[in-house]
Structure formats: structure tokens, C-alpha cells
Design a protein around this ligand. Structure first.
Ligand code: ASP
Length: 582
């Protein structure tokens, strides 16, 4: 037997017990006549003590051979500590060692394996297995497991069944590039790794499984923005004989359950907001509603004077920054510089100081008098003491830029409190999205999403106006889930592919299997997928998803521990019928 207790179990109640413990040597303090060793395992730390009065010479000598991260087993007696450590459960006791076995030696680790480490990000990733020994990483993995368990418990209680779908498939059009896998047995042909199990879960509904879920890896070959991973995990779900309302209620239930189980937070019903309203009020389809600073559209009150910039703009829009009237000229210049960085891309920013005494002073006083500015204050909900920031230009871009400012100020002013949870549903997304690069419409969610009832005909006349039965679940400014009610008849699906610019042959080659399935009594169905990595990070009150993933990739998509991706040998390439270009 390697152990009869773990390293967090022993306490004052255990005094005089004979125990066996195993673990890693975290720290050694050798005072000559007495040696203390902190013994660590997943559960905690136990202090071991060796001293010349009570420990045999052999064991004393052996103890002096120990190094950090050696794996040892000890037998000994629990005794009371002289100086107690109140911050750990075993802090009142120590174990006087009577037998010591070195189970394995260790090289000196490249960074300290303690809560605070001296290891940089790259080093920690290269030796991730050592990093995982540290509490901050280990605890996040345990937290993730707790969330996954809570998801599984809740959904299986609601009659969902977990079904695995294949990883070696054909391209799924979720809008990103596929990772592909060459087939050795089928020369010149490739599998694609799923961007999501979308078509398979729909086929499971055609198969009559009624309620499906899966905690599943998805793969998208996208340029990696900060905190995106090329492989990530979804809680993927689908239901039969449901309307949008059924899905929203079911998954609102799941989210409430998680907030309660994991965070002890009770959230009443989730507000619902249309996509249009979210864009108009927050400039963002995933608004953080933990704080105000709502957009005020100013076209009506700002486009009647000689200020050309505003008059020629599609949209003039502002927000009020609480307390901002006291910013110095330098502070405001810095804020404008921040807005002009390429990441935000504003050309400039007009501002109005709404002073505590009720007077208003703007950077465009030449064009607007106090009564004009008063109207701006009303529209943006500004109070005396606030700074009104106004942008203008193309509606979508301008909204995006002002939303960036709103989020930044929310952060700077401490309004995005991690312990607060503000979920909402954003509904009625547009069915299609105009793509400047290809000069055509694409499905905003995916091509299996159904248009709102009675809107299919609009596709011919005003495609951009068609709304979809598509919804996102937003939590604290992050999209944590998204889905739709699907098209379930072959004719509509085929028309949709037509509409999206697939030729009959392309649609048949790519999605023939789905349209065929739709001819055999496909039931109405719909679903949703949650991004598990992000969800776990938010529930854990963290910005970064990395430490919630055991073995994450870096920003260039590399696993620097195993050094992947890597070249293949000439033989392997040949077997796969692949010739390198360079
Ligand atoms: N497959 C979709 C996605 O990955 C989710 C869904 O429509 O259920 O975004």
C-alpha cells in the first residue's frame, strides 16, 4: 500500500496515529539537526519532520539525498507542530518519519512548483505536466471537471442522451477553414475534422433520438486571436419537436443550474433582446449588461448644423462616461489616441464635458451651443459630471468602435465585476451577412438555420432584412452559446443552398446525405452549442481560457511541449500520396 491518507487529511484529531503517505517533495528545510520536508499530492501538503534525536541515522542520511520533486513514500507518527500554519488543513501537525522510501528521483524542475512560480508562459507550457502540479492550474482543471459533470447530470436528467459523432468527416460549413487529414487508403482524398457535429446531430434527430448532447472537440483552422484555440470543446445539443422558445427555456435551465451549482448564484429569468436592439443599444451582439453606458443615437439632434463630418455620416452615436467630466485634456487626448489605434480604428472623437455645475463644453463648440449639447446629454442619458463621447461614420463600423470604448471604460471603471453574472438571450439574428471580400451573402449562423416564418420570400427582394430563428446566449459580454431552429424539409434546404450560391452539383456533393435524409420524414428540430472552455473560464471568474485546458496550444497554434505540428518523413508522405511543394 502506497498510502493510507492523502496529504490534506491529517489534523489534530490524528495525533499519535501511525500513517503511510506518498507524494512529491515540494520544499526541504535542512537545519542540520532537523529537516522539514513539505510533501505534496493533488489534495494538499503535509509537513514531514526528521530530527537527529528521534530519527535513525540511516533515515536522516537518506533524507539528505532528497531533492525537489522526488517521489517518496514515508511511514511515521502524527505529532503536534510547534509553530502551526493556519492556512492549510494539516497545519497543526507534522509526521515524524520512521521509514522513507524514494520511489523516484527528479531532475531539478525548470521553475518552482508552487502557487506563485518563477516560470514564464513558454517554459510552463513546455513542461505543462509540471505546471499541472501547481494549484492554480490543477484547481482550474478540477473546476472544469465539475462543470462538465454538472452539465452531464442536468442534461441526462432531462432525458438527453450523449452520443459520440465521428471526427473523420467531410467539411462542415461553419464558416471557418477545415483542418484536413489525408486518407492513405483513398489516394488523393481527405477527411476534414469537424468544425462542429452540426450535420450529424441533425441526422440523429432524423434517427429519432429526440434529445442529444455531447461534450465534444471541434476544430477550426482560423487565425488565432488572443485566447482562441484551434481545437476547442463544445457542449453540443439538439432536440426534436421544438420551437425556439422550447430551446431557450431548456438551456436557460441548464445555465441557471450551472450558476447555482458551481457559483451558488441564483439568476431569475434571462432577459431577451433582439439582435437589432443589441446593436443599437450596445453596438455589439454580445452586450455586457452588467453596466449601463447605453448608446444614444444623435442623428436627429446633431445633423442640423454646419458640422460636415456629422452631416455626412450614416450614424452619429454617443455614450456617457460616468465621472468623465473631470478628465484632464491630457486624459482625453490619450483616450482619443486609444480609439485611433488600428485595433479600434476610429478617425477621431468628439466629446462633451457635462460639468457638475450643469454647464456643457464640447470639442465642437464652434458648431453646437449648450441647448444642442443638452439634447445630446438627454439622448445618451448623461448626468452632470459625465463625459459624452461621440463617434460618427458608417453605422456598423461606428457602433463597433463605440462598443470597444464602452467595454474599455467598463473595465477601467471596474464595472465588469467578475462575481456578478448577467446572462441574456440575443434573438432574431439576421439570416444572412454581407461579405465584403467575396461580395455576396453568407449564412450568418450556418446554412441549416431556418428563416423566421413567412420571411423566405424576402430572400429574393431584401435578403439582408430576413431574420432567422437563431439565438445566442450571452454572459458578461461573451457569447457562450449559439444555435438555431433548423430547416427540416428538403425543398427549403435545397433552395437555401441555391440562394447561398451553391450549384446543384456542389450542394449535392457536399450535403446530398443531409438532403436525402430530409426526404425520409425529418422531424422539426433545433439546437444549440455552448463553448465549454469559455463558459468554464467565465464561471471561474477568469479572462483567459488557457489554464482551463490541460494541454493548450500557443498563439501560433503550436503545442510546444510535444512540438507539433511537425514534418512527416518522406515515407509517410509517400504512403499518404502527398508531394511537398517546397
Ligand atoms: N453548430 C453550431 C455552432 O457550432 C451550433 C448550433 O447551431 O447548434 O456554432
Amino acid at each position: 500500500m502506497y498510502r493510507d491518507h492523502n496529504n490534506s487529511e491529517l489534523n489534530i484529531e490524528s495525533l499519535n496515529k501511525k500513517v503511510i503517505l506518498s507524494g512529491w517533495v515540494q520544499k526541504i528545510r535542512d537545519k542540520g539537526f532537523i529537516i522539514w520536508v513539505d510533501l505534496r499530492d493533488r489534495y494538499g501538503l503535509t509537513q514531514l519532520v526528521f530530527d537527529t534525536d528521534r530519527t535513525s541515522k540511516d533515515i536522516m542520511e537518506k533524507a539528505r539525498e532528497l531533492g525537489r520533486e522526488f517521489v517518496i513514500q514515508v511511514e511515521g507518527t502524527v505529532i503536534e507542530r510547534e509553530s502551526k500554519n493556519k492556512s492549510i488543513p494539516t497545519g497543526d501537525i507534522e509526521v515524524l518519519v520512521e521509514k522513507l522510501i524514494i520511489l523516484n528521483i527528479s531532475e531539478t524542475p525548470p521553475f518552482t512548483i508552487e502557487d506563485e512560480t518563477d516560470g514564464g508562459e513558454d517554459l510552463r507550457m513546455k513542461y505543462r505536466y509540471l505546471d499541472i502540479r501547481r494549484n492554480p492550474v490543477k484547481n482550474k482543471l478540477i473546476f472544469r471537471s465539475k462543470v462538465s459533470m454538472a452539465v452531464r447530470n442536468y442534461l441526462s436528467q432531462k432525458d438527453f442522451i450523449e452520443v459520440e459523432t465521428p471526427y473523420l468527416i467531410k467539411s462542415t460549413p461553419e464558416g471557418a477553414r477545415d483542418f484536413v487529414v489525408p486518407s492513405r487508403m483513398n489516394a488523393g482524398q481527405f477527411y476534414a475534422l469537424p468544425q462542429s457535429p452540426q450535420t450529424f446531430k441533425q441526422l440523429l434527430m432524423v434517427g429519432g433520438l429526440d434529445k442529444y448532447f455531447q461534450i465534444v472537440k471541434c476544430f477550426r483552422d482560423e487565425d488565432l486571436r488572443a485566447d482562441r484555440q484551434p481545437e476547442f470543446t463544445q457542449i453540443d445539443c439538439e432536440m426534436t419537436f421544438v420551437e425556439q422558445e422550447d430551446i431557450l427555456n431548456t438551456f436557460e435551465g441548464l445555465t441557471k443550474h450551472l450558476l447555482k451549482e458551481i457559483n451558488g448564484v441564483e439568476v431569475k429569468s434571462f432577459p431577451r433582446m433582439t439582435y437589432d436592439e443589441a446593436m443599437q443599444t450596445y453596438g455589439n451582439d454580445k452586450p455586457d449588461i452588467r453596466f449601463g453606458m447605453k448608446f444614444g443615437e444623435l442623428n436627429g439632434v446633431a445633423q442640423h448644423k454646419d458640422f460636415k463630418v456629422f452631416n455626412e455620416a450614416e450614424l452619429v452615436v454617443g455614450i456617457a462616461i460616468p465621472g468623465g467630466a473631470s478628465y484632464s485634456r491630457k486624459d482625453i487626448d490619450k483616450l482619443i489616441e486609444w480609439m485611433k489605434r488600428p485595433q479600434v480604428g476610429a478617425k477621431g472623437m468628439v466629446y462633451v464635458k457635462y460639468n457638475e455645475d450643469g454647464s456643457l463644453k464640447s470639442s465642437v463648440d464652434k458648431f453646437y451651443d449648450e441647448s444642442d449639447l443638452k439634447a445630446w446629454a438627454e439622448k445618451t442619458g448623461a448626468q452632470p459630471g459625465d463625459l459624452i463621447c461621440v463617434l460618427s461614420g458608417k453605422a456598423n463600423t461606428t457602433r463597433g468602435q463605440l462598443s470597444a470604448l464602452r467595454m474599455e471604460m467598463g473595465n477601467r471603471l471596474g464595472l465588469r465585476k467578475p462575481e456578478e453574472f448577467a446572462p441574456l438571450w440575443v434573438v432574431d439574428f439576421p439570416l444572412l451577412e454581407w461579405d465584403e471580400a467575396t461580395q455576396r451573402y453568407h449564412a450568418m449562423h450556418h446554412p441549416f438555420t431556418s428563416p423566421k416564418e413567412g420571411q423566405f420570400e424576402l430572400l429574393a427582394t431584401d435578403p439582408g432584412a430576413v431574420k432567422a430563428n437563431a439565438y445566442d446566449l450571452v454572459l458578461n459580454g461573451n457569447e457562450i452559446g449559439g444555435g438555431s431552429i433548423r430547416i427540416h424539409d428538403q425543398k427549403t434546404q435545397s433552395m437555401m443552398f441555391d440562394y447561398l450560391g451553391f450549384t446543384k452539383e456542389e450542394a449535392e456533393a457536399q450535403f446530398g446525405f443531409l438532403m436525402k435524409a430530409f426526404t425520409y420524414g425529418a422531424p422539426p428540430h433545433g439546437g444549440i452549442a455552448f463553448g465549454l472552455d469559455r463558459l468554464v473560464a467565465i464561471l471561474g471568474g477568469q479572462e483567459s481560457i488557457r489554464d482551463f485546458i490541460a494541454f493548450p496550444k500557443n498563439n501560433s497554434g503550436r503545442d510546444i511541449m510535444i512540438d507539433a505540428p511537425a514534418e512527416l518523413s518522406a515515407d509517410q508522405l509517400k504512403e499518404l500520396h502527398i508531394k511537398k511543394l517546397s
